[in-house]
Ligand binder design. Structure first.
Ligand SMILES: [Zn+2]
Ligand SMILES: [Zn+2]
Length: 107
C-alpha cells in the first residue's frame, strides 16, 4: 500500500524515472522534454498570431477544437485544419485566418 509508484524506468533511456516527471522520464530527459515543449509552444503561438482573424472582415471566429500536432523541425508544414465560421458568413479553416495587424493598417 505504501509501495511507491513510478518504479518504471525512463521511456527514453533505462535510468530510473524522475519521481517529479509527469511523463515518466528520468530527470535529464524530463528537462529536455520541457525545453522541447516550450519551443513547440512558442512556434504554436507564432503560428496562431498569424492565423487569428476572419480574412473577410477581421472578426474573431468560432472554430472546432481538434488538436493538431506540430513537428518542431518542420513548423512551416504545420496546418491547423479546424473548421471556422464567422458571423459575416465566411467559412473556412484556421489555416486561412489572418493576423490581426492586417486589419489595423491604415485606419
Ligand atoms: Zn532518460
Ligand atoms: Zn468575417
Amino acid at each position: 500500500m505504501s509501495s511507491p509508484k513510478n518504479k518504471r524506468p525512463c521511456r527514453l533511456c533505462n535510468k530510473q524515472a524522475y519521481s517529479g516527471s509527469r511523463w515518466g522520464f528520468c530527470q535529464e530527459h524530463d528537462a529536455e522534454f520541457h525545453v522541447a515543449r516550450a519551443r513547440i509552444q512558442e512556434l504554436r503561438n507564432a503560428y496562431y498570431a498569424q492565423h487569428r482573424k476572419c480574412p473577410r472582415c477581421g472578426s474573431g471566429v468560432s472554430q472546432t477544437l481538434v488538436g493538431y500536432v506540430m513537428d518542431p523541425d518542420h513548423p512551416e508544414e504545420f496546418k491547423d485544419e479546424n473548421d471556422c465560421c464567422c458571423r459575416c458568413g465566411w467559412e473556412g479553416i484556421v489555416h486561412e485566418l489572418v493576423a490581426e495587424e492586417i486589419f489595423n493598417k491604415g485606419e
